[in-house]
Write a new protein. Structure first.
Length: 250
C-alpha cells in the first residue's frame, strides 16, 4: 500500500493510492484523481527527521574520506521539505548544488533500545528523499553544517510512503538519480555503511523514536551540479520515483 499526504477540501489529510496509481482514496470514502491532487511532503507534522552523512562506502571514497566508525547524524528542519512534482529553489549563492538520492525509513511504533535483530519490525514503510547539498559551504565532511543541508525547499521527499512489507529487504534496493534524463547517480542500498536496522538500534539506544519519525539513510557516489530549469528524478527500487524541478531562489 502507498499512502500520500495531500490538501483536499481545504484541509491536510492522508490518502491511499490506487493500485494503478491514478487515484487516491480518502478516509471519508471519496476519491481524488492523482493528476488533480495537491500533494504535500509525506512528513508527519512534529516528526523528528534524521539524516546521515557518508553512509555509503563508495561515496566516502569518492570524496576522499574513510567511512565513519559511527553514524554521522544530523537533523532536517521542516522548511526544507518539498513534495513530489514540486520545485527546489537553487540559492543564489549556490554554484555547487547537487542532488543526493536517499532511501527514507519511516518509524511505525515507539522504539527505545531496540535490538538490531528486531529493528526492522519498527519500520512502517519507506519513501524517497533528494537531500541536496550546497557543497561550497561544506566546512567539514564529518560535520555537515546548516548552510549545506538545511536550506529552504532543498529536500524534496515523497511521493508516498510504501508499506515496509511491500518493499522487503531495505538493503537490497537499487537507487539512482537522473538529471534531464541522464543518469548521474547509481548504486545499491547494500553499500550502506550502517544498515537501516543498525541506524534504528543506534538512535533508539540514546533517544526514543516515535511513530512518523524518519531516517534519511545516505546517498551513493555521484556528484553532479544542477542548474535552474533542470528536472531531477530520484528512484528507489520497489519504492518509486520522486520527481521535481530546480528553480531559482527569489
Amino acid at each position: 500500500m502507498k499512502r500520500v499526504r495531500l490538501i483536499h477540501a481545504g484541509r491536510e489529510q492522508w490518502g491511499v493510492v490506487s493500485p494503478d496509481e491514478r487515484a487516491i482514496a480518502l478516509a471519508d470514502g471519496s476519491t481524488v484523481g492523482w493528476d488533480a491532487a495537491t500533494l504535500l511532503p509525506p512528513v508527519t507534522p512534529g516528526a523528528t527527521v534524521f539524516a546521515l552523512g557518508l553512509n555509503y562506502a563508495d561515496h566516502s571514497v569518492e570524496l576522499g574520506f574513510k567511512p565513519p566508525s559511527q553514524p554521522l547524524v544530523f537533523l532536517k528542519g521542516p522548511n526544507g521539505f518539498v513534495a513530489h512534482d514540486g520545485v527546489s529553489p537553487k540559492p543564489r549563492d549556490a554554484d555547487q548544488m547537487h542532488p543526493e538520492c536517499e532511501l527514507v525509513a519511516v518509524i511505525g511504533r515507539t522504539a527505545r533500545r531496540v535490538a538490531a535483530s528486531e529493528a526492522l519490525d519498527y519500520v512502517a514503510g519507506y519513501t524517497i528523499a533528494c537531500d541536496y547539498a550546497v557543497r561550497e559551504f561544506l566546512e567539514n565532511y564529518y560535520r555537515p553544517n546548516l548552510r549545506v543541508k538545511n536550506r529552504d525547499g532543498l529536500t524534496p521527499i515523497g511521493p508516498w510512503i510504501v508499506d515496509a512489507a511491500d518493499v522487503g529487504d531495505p538493503q537490497a534496493l537499487a537507487l539512482s538519480t537522473t538529471v534531464n534524463g541522464a543518469t548521474v547517480q547509481s548504486g545499491s542500498t547494500g553499500d550502506m555503511v550502517f544498515s537501516v536496522a543498525a541506524l534504528i538500534t543506534y538512535l533508539s539506544g540514546f533517544m526514543t523514536l516515535s511513530p512518523g519519525d524518519m531516517i534519511l539513510t545516505g546517498t551513493p557516489h555521484g556528484v553532479h551540479f544542477v542548474r535552474a530549469g533542470d528536472e531531477v528524478a530520484c528512484t528507489v527500487e520497489r519504492v518509486g520515483s520522486l520527481v521535481h524541478r530546480v528553480g531559482l531562489q527569489a
